[in-house]
Design a protein around this ligand. Sequence first.
Ligand code: F3S
Length: 468
Amino acid sequence: MNDPRLGGQVGTDPMHTLTTHTGHARADAKAPDAHGTLQLTAEEQEMMDGKKGVLLQKAIKTVVAYGELFGADKLVDLQCAPHHAVSWGSDGIVPLLKIYRELADGGLKTYAPFTADPTPMDPEHLPVSDAEQAAVDKIYNRMDELKDLNTRLGMRDPDKDWSCACYLPEMGNTPKKGDNLAWSESSAINFTNSALGARTNRNSMGIDMLCNIIGKAPHFGLMTDEGRQAVWLIDVRTTKMPHPEMIGSAIGMKVMEDVSYIIGMERYLTDGVTEETTGYLKDLGAATASNGAVGLYHMEGVTPEAVEKGRALLNEGYQTYVIDDAELDRIYKSYPDLWKDKHGTPQRVFLGCPHMSYGQMVEWANRIVEAMDKSGTDTVKCPTYLFGSIYVKDRFEQEHPDLVKKLYAYGAAIPINCPMMWCSTPVEGAERVATNSNKTRVYTTARFFFDDDLTHLIVTGELPENVR
Ligand code: F3S
């Protein structure tokens, strides 16, 4: 069910009642001190006092009040560049657009040019019927307004910079270890905290913009050394490298938003965080962040802070969760089938949420083309989409022209929008979508399937009998 507070167009968010969405803050949240506890510098105090204008005063007051709610002791300067989750212009975000307009009219911009999540639709590469388009036009009726405001507020390239995987090298909004940020896209937050060692809380939309306008964020939760300590030991004892979506889902559902320290994965990810392992860690993290609300995990021998500090990252009295083959199987079997026609034939295959890395795009294209070549049929039997940023798509098209030609000839497409938001209108959401993403599964009625089952579906138009 959609949450009415979100305007009805955004997918389900089963965790919002259970977490604070600020990472590790659930255990640390404090009631605000009537006098405030957050220490400001002289320059910040001037801003608070309105000496730098009324808009900056409003912005910093809001950021400080937010920080004090969670016991922040100070504001910290932000580095790298912002990334914002707001990417859909609809009536559901009118209050937010009002704030954006006030800031833009005042001539303010973010401290560095920002990127944003993918937009809901890509009519060129994922066309919809007239009925579907009518639903889309009604719901996402403020896209031009959002794009215009983003442009004025400092978006890097408003024609291109819409992807949740902004940290991939092709898009290049890639923080360094120790950078402070105020991001709001849960999957990007998880990757940048965990795999890159940067620091951001799971900020709400709006707070992100205000922090990025003043170039500062409150210092609490995942931005602090203590907040980055793990309270769970995740002991992975699977007999083979686990599917990233399944291990992420298991961790997210168990720890909800707590920080965990994962052991056992270093057997499989021997080279640490590399271009090759980025896709895996991205998907694992996104599953923890959506099946739970995880903003940070450490992985022994793999992620930068775990490499540096090892098990000193584990707090005393930590809890342990053992994940083996049987546990992953139990979790997979627990996923509900939310299709209206439970055993209906799937109508689309959605691959890549978060947006695919370059390596994943090449791998999936090869997988599809090889399976289609073998099958002897001319066209995919279930419409198939590989979602990625325009930058990853461009690189793929340039570096693999023959593969791309075959992929497109078989009828697969590479849209640049967000598959979850595409599924979140009443018309599109009624379709039976099969996905390889546990995030799309959690937020929509789409069903999750493993890669071999999806390949079978793409080639034959049917799911294998054992998973129907
Ligand atoms: Fe990205 Fe949309 Fe999935 S923002 S993580 S493709 S829900």
